[in-house]
Design a protein around this ligand. Sequence first.
Ligand code: IP8
Length: 252
Amino acid sequence: MTPTVLKLGGSVITEKDRAETLDGAALDAAADAVADAMENGDLDELVLVHGGGSFGHHHASEAGVSTTEGSADAVDAVAIHGAMKTLNQFVLSRLHDRGVPALPVHPLSAGARDADGALDLPMSQAATMLGEGFVPVLHGDVIATEGEGVTVLSGDEIVTTAAESLSAERVGLCSTVPGVLDAEDEVIPEITAFADAAHALGGSDADEDVTGGMAAKVRELLDLGAPASVFGADDIGAFLVGENPGTTIRGR
Ligand code: IP8
């Protein structure tokens, strides 16, 4: 099994500045690219992950919940989780419209974090789904966290966990920018150590993103066994057919 793991950034598929608003055209284009790659036999196995955009981040920021600040309020937790399930349903239905056999995996019901922040997110559902020809679709979520109630689990952390557990061959992060940008806003083609890009990496460009920006992504991707690509929405198709658009991050 050599799956490809692709994350659709929440800012790509939603209007990030308006609460719970989908970017339908962007999601359609992403779903087209996935359907084309599967139909043409370019993909062996695919795991999709999507972020929160104006669904999860809006509710998380209202409730004051982040990856480190928890909440013991079940109503707040369900508001965040419910918004993410709504977004997940949009993603699934656009994929189903194109014949992609997508199935949801909701992290809140699957995993937990211990008091040291270590994530336990079993991938047996996703692995079995892949074996049965499905495309598992995971999403950023809230997750039960020892000593904190629930905290936010970002899609990026799911990507790295899924990539390691499922021995992914390739990892792609589709973002609102065409790659990791240098000080002149040019795409850095390859990063093999954080120092390659440290001077150019700032925080996230949206105030309500509670899970950190490009710097955090690069650090996590450098730790992966598989090469990872960071690219913009126009390059989803190129990535899925095996090209290396945007920035390629190879840590090991
Ligand atoms: O957009 C965050 O996922 P991300 C999900 O991948 C929530 O950081 C619930 C805010």
